[in-house]
Every structure is written in structure tokens, then in C-alpha cells.
Ligand binder design. Structure first.
Ligand code: PBG
Length: 307
């Protein structure tokens, strides 16, 4: 018998993900009960300004981490792509379940695919990574900022304020809104965010019982992909002010392939490198990061910190 208090943001996606994790854990541990502790983060209150200006995506996560550290809750479910590479001291990502669809998805107002959008069409995204890759594929499109919850973003494209928007397929399918998707973007040429489609379940490192249970529930392949992608992000010292993408997957032979991408935050120019190896996932992340740095990724990273 134990009651697990689960901290969750109040957004529909956060609550859906939290409830999914609770159902999974409840099935494994009928002797546990679960209680949701809803948290309103500062990040949820300032959705109209560019997040990178107010402290970045890490904002959502660090306030939840404070709740875990203060022992006001025992566990928290994050979209891994929102989790900065450094966790708060004393906390661990103990549970990483099977990855959902890692791809980005295009939702267009009138059903046109990315290649069919007329020149000058307005595409909504506030992600530097999505903007950089869109610009490279379709320099003739106009990219405009788009923030807010998934449902408000979908409403704005439905109303025609944007010709199209880009969202993570995983978030849409967790909400049951896959039918809104016009086109799945090929992850080989529109590279997903590090951790996209992966959930990370965080708890206190000293909570042995929870750490163990979450460890048994973890999908090892997903955890390997997460490790490769997050090592890439760490070694690039990636902040949300630089367009960075990273996508790991296992091929038929069982080898892990990692594609890394960094773009100039101040204009055209990008670097991409891909490696495959059987060595440990972090080593693969490291190889891809160090190769990108040798080829000049540092210039892009510095351009961001200077302005
Ligand atoms: N940036 C916010 C965010 N964080 C996680 C998801 C979707 C779910 C996921 O990628 O796991 C989203 C929405 C989106 O990018 O479309």
C-alpha cells in the first residue's frame, strides 16, 4: 500500500499523459493508489511572449522539479523534449516508456501538403528547429510565431489565420486528434526534436521503490534513443535559442543510428551529421555532437548566445 502523488501541469496534453502513465503503473501495482497534484507553472501563464525570452522551455519543468524536491509530490510525467539536459539535483528520469510517433506533422487549412502550399503562404510555428528546416525546404513560405495549447493552435489553422502549422504527431495522437494531420513529415529530412514522442517520468533518486518500478517499466530501446539524443544535446550545450534537432532509431540489424542537426539562428546555413554504431548510445551521441562541433556548429551556438 502506498499513495503516489503525481505532479502535473494543468494543460490537456499534460493531464492526458499523466493519466496514461498512472494507468500503466496502476496495472503493474494494484496495491498503489495515485493522486494528481495539479501545478500552474509560470510558463503556463506567459504564453504570448517568445518562451526563449523568459527562460525557455525549462521553465515548465523546473517548477515541477521544485515540487518533487520539496516532497510535495513523488513523481512527474514530462514530454522528454521539454526536459533540459540537466535535471535538478537529487532527481532522476527513472521511467522511459515506449516511444510514440517521433515525427512532426503538418496540419494545413485546406488539405495541401508542404510541397503544395502556394508561395507566400503563412505557416505557424514558434520552434526555431521547425522554422529552420521549413526555410531550407521552402524558402518562399512566411513563417509566423504560434504558441499556446494544441487545441488553440488547431483552431487558428482551422479558421484560416495560418495556411498550415506544424505540431508533433505524438501530442496529437495522445489527444486522439490524429485525424487533423494532413501530412507526416519524413523524419529523415525533417528531423524531430531531441526526445520528441518520448515521455520521461521523473522522481527522487532516493525513492528506491519508485525508481525500481519505473526501471522495470522502461522500454530499453526508447531509453537508448533518449540517451543518444540527449547526449547530443548536452554536448552541443543546446539551449532553446539554437535550432537543434536529433533523431535516433534502431535499424533492422539492431544498430542505433543518430542524426544530428544544428542551424544558424541568424539566417541560412545548417549542419547535419549521421552516425551508426553498436557502441553505447551516449558514445554515439558524443560522436555526432563532436563531429558537428568540428565542422563549425560552435559558430551557430555562439551566434545565439551573443544575441
Ligand atoms: N513544445 C511543446 C510540446 N512538448 C511535447 C509536445 C508533443 C508531445 C511530444 O513530442 O512528446 C509538444 C507539442 C508540439 O510540439 O507539438
Amino acid at each position: 500500500m502506498r499513495t503516489i502523488r503525481v505532479a502535473s501541469r494543468r494543460s490537456q496534453l499534460a493531464m492526458t499523459q499523466t493519466n496514461w502513465v498512472i494507468a500503466e503503473l496502476q496495472a503493474r501495482r494494484p496495491d498503489w493508489t495515485f493522486e494528481i497534484v495539479p501545478i500552474t507553472t509560470k510558463g503556463d501563464q506567459i504564453l504570448d511572449v517568445t518562451l526563449s525570452k523568459v527562460g525557455g522551455k525549462g521553465l515548465f519543468v523546473s517548477e515541477i522539479e521544485d515540487v518533487l524536491t520539496a516532497e510535495h509530490a513523488d513523481l512527474a510525467v514530462h514530454s522528454l523534449k521539454d526536459v533540459p539536459y540537466e535535471l535538478a539535483q537529487g532527481l532522476v528520469l527513472a521511467g522511459i516508456p515506449l516511444r510514440a510517433d517521433p515525427r512532426d506533422a503538418l496540419i494545413s487549412h485546406d488539405g495541401r501538403s508542404l510541397s503544395q502550399l502556394p508561395a507566400g503562404s503563412i505557416v505557424g510555428t514558434s520552434s526555431l528547429r521547425r522554422a529552420a528546416q521549413l526555410q531550407a525546404l521552402r524558402p518562399d513560405l512566411r513563417i509566423e510565431p504560434l504558441r499556446g495549447n494544441i487545441d488553440s493552435r488547431l483552431r487558428r489553422v482551422a479558421e484560416g489565420e495560418f495556411a498550415a502549422i506544424i505540431l508533433a504527431a505524438a501530442g496529437l495522437s495522445r489527444m486522439g486528434w490524429q485525424d487533423k494531420i494532413t501530412e507526416y513529415l519524413d523524419p529523415e529530412d525533417f528531423i524531430p526534436a531531441v526526445g520528441q514522442g518520448i515521455l520521461g517520468v521523473e522522481c527522487r533518486a532516493k525513492d528506491d521503490e519508485l525508481v525500481q518500478e519505473l526501471g522495470k517499466w522502461t522500454d530499453q530501446n526508447t531509453a537508448d534513443c533518449a540517451a543518444a539524443e540527449r547526449t547530443l544535446l548536452t554536448e552541443l550545450q543546446g539551449s532553446c535559442q539554437v535550432p537543434i534537432a536529433g533523431y535516433a532509431r534502431r535499424n533492422g540489424a539492431g544498430d542505433l543510428t543518430l542524426t544530428g542537426f544544428v542551424a544558424n539562428p541568424q539566417g541560412p546555413g545548417s549542419l547535419r551529421f549521421e552516425a551508426t554504431g553498436m557502441e553505447d548510445p551516449s558514445a554515439l551521441g558524443s560522436i555526432v555532437a563532436q563531429t558537428l562541433l568540428q565542422r563549425g556548429a560552435g559558430d551557430y551556438l555562439r551566434a545565439a548566445s551573443e544575441g
